[in-house]
Ligand binder design. Structure first.
Ligand SMILES: O=C[C@H](O)[C@H](O)COP(=O)(O)O
Ligand SMILES: C=C(OP(=O)(O)O)C(=O)O
Length: 351
């Protein structure tokens, strides 16, 4: 069903159609927050906050697929990670990457939320329902959900299920996303830019700590002015940049110094993937181990680590023939497989 466009010579010239979007309250009536999921979200946020503010010396580990593309495979992964989370919980707070909204360098599949059928049909209502259902199911396992904040309307639909979130390298410098981050109830990481700039991530933390007024929607999908309080749990995520990796001690120190100069208490996460691994998943373990080594050597500002991991290693190309896709293999960035994931988490926990 589409909503007819009013004829005009000056507006909507490049709009093909409007279609109704489910409202946040309709979706939440269909898939309400359960007591078990709520307990996971609250405990996950509290654990992340305690680690980021130095009240808990465990490592926050954001682990999971580069992108979700298959419901059952995501649930199978979540079951494994939930069990592993328990085994390492004395040293690590493990939360699952449930990334559904993918920022692209130019064009490409934009994720399970925007295109759940993976064929360009853009069934966002279906993507919203599947996303909320999946986040509920993962949370009910006792496994906190971590996701990237990208679409400005998304928070009202499923961020009651998100324990940790972040802005990606392509949006950390965007004012729209910074002020949106000031509304988010979960701790927020801010990645350095694709060019490698760390200062812009620190600027984003400062911007998001303040209250803002922004365009948004309420639970009934009504356009409204959202007045925010500001997010006090911002931290920097080092993901490397165009000139190479930035997980090594000199960059960690640079990030810590920039946070201190901005009046912030240093709290840094290292993303083992992206430009830190040169997008080669076999290099993620090197980065992971370097982070652990830096922590053991006394770098207290390092509070978190991110690993792109899936049931099976590597990545595959998305084509029109979806039946050709191999199970549990990333369709976006290459991920480490389950065996390496388990080994790295156990190693980090000293098992
Ligand atoms: O995490 C995934 C990708 O690195 C990011 O979304 C950009 O992907 P692209 O450069 O393949 O578009
Ligand atoms: C897109 C991602 O990373 P980045 O923003 O660092 O490219 C991601 O973590 O999925």
């Amino acid at each position: 069903m589409t909503i007819p466009l009013a004829p005009s010579r000056t507006e909507n010239l490049n709009v093909l159609s409007f279609a109704p979007l489910v409202t946040p309250n309709e979706l939440k009536t269909l898939l309400p927050l359960t007591a078990a999921a709520e307990a996971t979200v609250l405990a996950g946020r509290r654990a992340a906050q305690d680690i980021l503010h130095g009240r808990d010396d465990r490592l926050l580990a954001i682990v999971g697929p580069c992108s979700i593309h298959d419901y059952d495979q995501a649930v199978a992964y979540a079951h494994r990670l939930a069990a592993l989370r328990e085994r390492v919980s004395d040293r690590l707070e493990v939360q699952m990457r449930v990334y559904v909204d993918k920022p692209r360098t130019t064009v490409g599949w934009r994720g399970y939320l925007m295109d759940p059928d993976m064929n360009g049909s853009g069934h966002i209502n279906k993507g919203l329902e599947l996303t909320r259902r999946l986040m509920l199911e993962v949370s009910e396992l006792g496994l906190p959900v971590a996701t990237e904040l990208l679409d400005p309307f998304a928070p009202q639909y499923f961020f009651d299920l998100v324990a940790w979130s972040c802005l990606g390298a392509r949006t950390t410098e965007s004012q729209t996303h910074r002020v949106l981050s000031s509304s988010i109830s979960a701790p927020m990481g801010f990645k350095n830019g694709t060019g490698g700039g760390i200062k812009l991530a620190v600027d984003a933390i400062v911007a998001a700590r303040h209250g803002h007024a922004l365009f948004g929607i309420d639970g009934d999908g009504r356009a409204c002015i959202v007045n925010t309080r500001g997010n006090p749990d911002g931290h920097v995520i080092l993901r490397g940049g165009r000139s190479g990796p930035n997980y090594t001690p000199q960059f960690v120190k640079e990030a810590a110094d920039l946070m201190t100069a901005a009046g912030l208490s240093p709290a840094i996460m290292v993303d083992c993937s992206h430009a830190n691994s040169g997008s080669d998943h076999t290099r993620q373990p090197l980065v992971w181990r370097d982070v652990l080594h830096q922590r053991r050597s006394g770098q207290k500002a390092l509070r978190g680590v991110m690993l792109e991991s899936n049931l099976n290693p590597g990545k595959q190309t998305l084509t029109d023939d979806l039946s050709a896709l191999g199970p549990g293999v990333s369709v976006t960035d290459a991920c480490v497989g389950w065996d390496d994931t388990e080994a790295l988490l156990l190693e980090a926990a000293g098992h």
